[in-house]
Design a protein around this ligand. Structure first.
Ligand code: S3P
Length: 426
């Protein structure tokens, strides 16, 4: 990636209508699951982010024929998938690719090495290695970190109680279970995003959800075309920007509104943000709608417990939002933020303090004293983390003096369209 530093200036207003680009989690799953059908699947509105390109490259390596038909439109033919014995799978920066493919390859008679960039090589993989080993998988690893060398084979079904609410862990086990005789069951402490369950159901798998538990039986997937909705995690930067920038009124079109992802809307509303959902519909088993947000007077809140997995990726930008709310906002139970593309508690607190946010780190979150004027007038770092880069940009919109964000190119991991869309609203 070419290094690009970006300077953000105070915005007078944000006005207009934009279409939010494709959901990263759903895009990953669309091409992964297409690779399991043995047929031809067309995916419309596939994410242009580097993470989802890593997944496309992996399915090519696994033997799929991937044709780019048009902008964001891919055709995946998986009739020749999984025909070789040995694979090298480059997951780049993408935790979702590494953890979900682990479940896919562990249950097939192939040997795969999954590796990634520096950041991914430091992230914890024990959370997927342990349940896969319980299913009988043979995995070599570097102290529970990548590279993972997985010698795939017929696995046994398990009834797994996950210690963490993680869609990546849940999906890894379900995908191993999809190719395993008997019933595999996963239970999580709180419900995490359920795109895997919804898409597997859409493609005809034998999968049932009961509360926090999901059961799956060995199934053949039907090759059905998929259209991906917009990403609420990308919309989040605009929701916050619209609510905290003066004189703003924006409409975000085509946003995924799956209830396991809408924690940010619930929290913003609880903090008195002026948010309206317009025109909701269903697209490929996922709720989608348009969202209108206006400049709002905000009040603080506490964010903890079951809502955390429903807004885990939005917490950095929620910190920026809370800096403009009257009172003390407390975020608890979010220790897994330390295991993301960066230590999102420590790095976020460091950088927001530089621009004048009154924020303190805690072991499992942070505490913000709100309604402070942000001075800016400094350089900040994004620690190779796309969501920190965009959260700092949103903070920069309300700083008195310009903020220079170093290595802003990391936004390309999930949202290469970010700057263009932001500029169009100014
Ligand atoms: C994701 C799940 C979440 C999220 C990540 C994408 C997914 O991770 O943070 O950006 O697509 O399944 P965890 O499952 O580790 O919480």
């Amino acid at each position: 990636m070419t290094k690009i530093d970006v300077t953000v200036h105070k915005a007078e207003k944000l006005n207009g209508e934009i279409t939010i680009p494709s959901d990263k989690s759903i895009s990953h799953r669309s091409s992964m699951f297409a690779a399991l059908t043995g047929g031809v699947v067309e995916v419309q509105n596939y994410s242009q982010g580097a993470d989802c390109t890593s997944t496309l490259n992996i399915i090519k390596e696994l033997g799929c024929d991937v044709e780019i038909i048009g902008e964001k439109h891919v055709k995946i033919d998986s009739k020749n998938a999984f025909k070789k014995d040995v694979y090298n799978l480059d997951c780049g920066n993408s935790g979702t690719s590494m953890r979900l493919f682990s479940g896919i390859v562990a249950s097939r008679d192939i040997e795969s090495t999954l590796f990634g960039d520096q950041s991914l090589s430091k992230r914890p993989m024990k959370r997927v290695i342990l349940p896969l080993e319980l299913m009988g998988a043979k995995i070599k690893h570097n102290d529970f970190k990548a590279p993972l060398v997985i010698k795939g084979q017929e696995l046994f079904p398990i009834d797994y109680k996950s210690p963490i609410a993680s869609a990546q862990v849940k999906s890894c086990i379900l995908l191993a279970g999809l190719n395993t005789y008997g019933e595999t069951k996963v239970t999580e402490p709180f419900v995490s995003r359920d795109h895997t369950e919804r898409m597997l159901k859409y493609l005809g798998a034998d999968i049932v959800t009961e509360g926090n538990s999901i059961k799956i039986k060995k199934s053949k997937l039907e090759p059905k075309n998929i259209t991906v909705c917009g990403d609420i995690s990308s919309a989040a930067f605009f929701l916050v920007a619209g609510a905290i920038t003066p004189n703003s009124d924006i409409i975000l079109k085509n946003v995924g509104l799956n209830p396991t992802r809408t924690g940010i809307i619930d929290v913003m509303r609880k903090m008195d943000a002026d948010i309206e959902i317009l025109d909701q519909k269903i697209l490929c088993n996922e709720e989608v709608g348009d969202i209108r947000v206006k400049t709002s007077d905000l009040k603080a809140t506490t964010i903890e417990g079951a809502i955390i997995p429903r807004l885990i990726d939005e917490l950095p930008v929620i910190a920026v939002f809370a800096s403009q709310a009257e009172g003390q906002t407390v975020v608890k139970d979010a220790q897994d933020l330390r295991n993301k593309e960066s230590d999102r508690i420590k790095c976020l607190v460091n950088e927001l303090q530089k621009i004048g946010v009154n924020i303190q780190e805690t072991q499992d979150g942070f505490i913000i004293e709100g309604k402070n004027k942000l001075k800016g007038g400094c350089d900040v770092d994004c620690y190779h983390d796309h969501r920190l880069a965009m959260s700092l940009y949103v903070a920069g919109l309300i700083c008195e003096k310009p903020v220079k964000i170093n290595e802003f190119q990391w936004v390309d991991i999930s949202f290469p369209e970010f700057l263009g869309l932001m500029e169009s609203l100014k």
